[in-house]
Design a protein around this ligand. Structure first.
Ligand SMILES: Nc1nc(=O)c2c([nH]1)NC[C@@H]1CN(c3ccc(C(=O)N[C@@H](CCC(=O)O)C(=O)O)cc3)CN21
Ligand SMILES: CC(C)C(=O)C(=O)O
Ligand SMILES: [Mg+2]
Length: 284
């Protein structure tokens, strides 16, 4: 049994940045993945809306609902009781009235049992982020490639390569820090820009496809473990081959069933011989 450390807080994350201890975040979407994320020592167990793509089979994160996020966070929270559980706010649940955003955030905190939420976007969502922070909810920002806006970007592309775009992302990072975000995800931005942003704000940056110098890293569970993920972006490193292992296991099982090799004696229940005789007699 793993020895669990004390649950991390947003204050610990600030301290990790100051002391240059890297933050390791991993996605999880259910009981087993969250359990393994916790036992593997992840600082943040993150229920991302990428669940729409890697566990629900959608082409994007846009179809994911607030109910989906709550359902999966509940399962993940049961698997990682000692972890800092972060939940993505899904498509269009923090863009209407601030009241609506607070109601949606409240559902995630109360029903799902998250410790914090994450929102995509820069200065344009700062008002919504700030309202949640003022209500006592820790919020993580997310800029660069924001997948909920994929149709505006015209694909999953690197963001912030031009001086103008880079300036805007820097301003967005400052706006989110100002609004009270406890950390910011930088997704698919050049390493040089991610480094600049990391140096210019006090809160931790968590990179995905943002190079080596952010305060932490995040990867999708099904990508880093190669578990039937539909995509393999350049920023992914494979640390295991779960998909291949699962496939081999299943095909061996199928072969043994077809060949009457499974089940064998060790997997079988038996009954008392007298009772078998009674059954046979009764049948006469
Ligand atoms: N499995 C999975 N992993 C992720 O990291 C992830 C998701 N799903 N779903 C939500 C978003 C979408 N993300 C994506 C999706 C596709 C690419 C991609 O196709 N990247 C290519 C093209 C790069 C380019 O055109 O510049 C790559 O080679 O990295 C990257 C990030 C990141 N997130
Ligand atoms: C890619 C990460 C940062 C994310 O938002 C997700 O997994 O949903
Ligand atoms: Mg997401």
């Amino acid at each position: 049994m793993a020895e669990y450390r004390k649950m991390i807080t947003t204050m610990d994350l600030q301290k990790m940045k100051r002391e240059k201890e890297k933050i390791a975040m991993v996605t999880a979407y259910d009981y087993p993945s969250a359990r393994l994320a916790e036992e593997g020592g992840a600082d943040i167990v993150f229920v991302g809306d990428s669940l729409g793509m890697v566990v629900l089979g959608y082409d994007s994160t846009i179809p994911v609902t607030l109910d989906d996020m709550i359902h999966h966070t509940k399962a993940a929270a049961r698997g990682a009781r000692n972890s800092f559980i972060l939940t993505d706010m899904p498509f269009l649940t923090y863009h209407g009235t601030v009241d609506g955003t607070l109601r949606n955030a409240a559902r995630v905190m109360q029903e799902a049992g998250s410790k914090a939420i994450k929102m995509e976007g820069g200065a344009e969502i700062a008002e919504h982020l700030q309202a949640c922070v003022r209500a006592g909810i820790p919020v993580m920002g997310h800029i660069g490639l924001t997948p909920q806006a994929v149709h505006q970007f015209g694909g999953y592309k690197v963001q912030g390569k031009s001086a103008e775009q880079a300036q805007r992302l820097l301003a967005d990072a400052r706006a989110l820090e100002q609004a009270g975000a406890f950390a910011i995800v930088l997704e698919m931005v050049p390493e040089e820009l991610a480094t600049l942003i990391t140096e210019q704000i006090q809160i931790p940056t968590i990179g995905i496809g943002a190079g080596r110098y952010t305060d932490g890293q995040v990867l999708v569970y099904h990508d880093l473990l190669q578990y039937a993920s539909p995509i393999k972006p350049k920023f992914v490193k494979a640390y295991a081959e779960l998909g291949a292992a699962a496939m081999n296991g299943i095909s061996a099982y199928v072969e043994e069933v077809k060949g009457s090799k499974f089940p064998s004696e060790e997997h079988v229940f038996h009954m008392n011989a007298e009772i078998i005789q009674q059954l046979a007699d009764h049948d006469k």
